[in-house]
Every structure is written in C-alpha cells, then in structure tokens.
Write a protein of this length. Structure first.
Length: 199
C-alpha cells in the first residue's frame, strides 16, 4: 500500500509569459498529464485564461489520482457552420488537426462548451464526428441523452452517426463560477465509472 502523493506532470503554458498571468492557459494550449487517460476539452475563453470550472474540475480529478490533460481549443467560440444558428455570434467553431490527434490519444474526453443548449450539443456532435472517443458532457442547463440522439450523436444507449459517443452528462456546471463540491464528486464518480467500463 502506497502512502503519500502521486506525482503528476502538468505543462500549462503555451509560450513565455509577458506580464501578470501572461502565457497561461491561452487558446491553443494543451496541458499534458502523465498518462493519456482523460482529456478535458474547453472552448476558447477570452485570450488570457481558461473558464474557471475547467480548471477546478481538472484540479479535483488530478487530486483524486486521475490523469487528466487539458486542451483549450483555438477555435472553440461560436457554433459549427451546420448548427441551426449558423455560427453563433459571427465565428465558427472548429477543430485543428493537431487538436483532433491530441484528443484521440485519450480514453475519455470531458467536454465543456458553454451553457446554451442549442450551441453546445452541435459542438459535441462536431467533435464526436471527428474523434472516436467516449465523452462526458458538462453543461449548465438540464439535458438528456435523447437531446444528443435527436441530432445524430451516438450515446451509451443508441448508435448514431458519430464515431465518438456520449457516455455521461453532468449538468449544473456554470461557466466562470466555482463548482460545488457535490458536482465535483459527481464528475469524479462518472469519470471513474467510465474509465472502469473502458478497461
């Protein structure tokens, strides 16, 4: 039985920082974990920093011994061009080939892409079309597996058109707000369960 702390390597800087907080968790940043078990995928925030929940969730999971990497998408704003809103607020959501490859190296993805249902369900569909991976969705509004199935997303209950599939959902996660401990516990529990199933 091991006693003590398990070392995890985390690389959170895209480049050399200039000034207070410079270079930390910008869009296009990837923070690798020791092993490629779980990747937390976040939309592009402002230019400077990751939305608060993603940092807190990653820290909590790492504290529980789960190897979690973190990637902040370079083109994570807006919605995909085939979404009903046609790109949201003037920009189109997308994935770079490098991001597809990084996400695909992991067993499980945690996807957090905002609070507007009609936006993030299409972001999830776009990603899971590109990457064959199991995914847990974090969002603010209540949502069901059927909401994803209705637009062709594969889930743990039904095969759809995407090669990746939604295997878990945790709602009540608010962007830029602290995550309540019960929600952190729920996320950790679902991540551990999914990892066991994938093994």
């Amino acid at each position: 039985m091991a006693v003590g702390r398990e070392t995890q390597i985390v690389i959170c800087r895209k480049g050399q920082g200039l000034g207070l907080g410079g270079g930390i968790a910008q869009r296009g940043t990837c923070a690798k974990a020791w092993k490629n078990d779980v990747i937390a995928v976040a939309m592009s925030p402002g230019y400077r920093h990751v939305p608060k929940p993603v940092c807190e969730i990653t820290t909590e999971l790492r504290g529980q011994g789960i190897n979690v990497g973190e990637i902040i998408l370079n083109a994570g704003d807006g919605t995909p061009v085939d979404a009903p809103s046609g790109g949201g607020h003037g920009v189109a959501f997308g994935l770079e080939q490098r991001e597809i490859e990084i996400i695909g190296q992991h067993k499980l993805a945690i996807l957090h892409h905002g609070n507007v249902k009609v936006h993030f369900i299409y972001k999830v569909r776009f990603e899971l079309r590109k990457v064959k991976i199991a995914a847990i969705i974090l969002c603010q509004c209540p949502i069901t597996f059927k909401d994803f199935e209705d637009i062709g997303v594969s889930t743990r209950f039904k095969e759809g058109e995407t090669q990746g599939k939604v295997v878990g959902i945790v709602s009540g996660i608010v962007r830029h707000e602290s995550v309540p401990q019960e929600k952190l516990n729920e996320i950790a529990s679902k991540v551990k369960k999914c990892l066991r199933e994938l093994e």
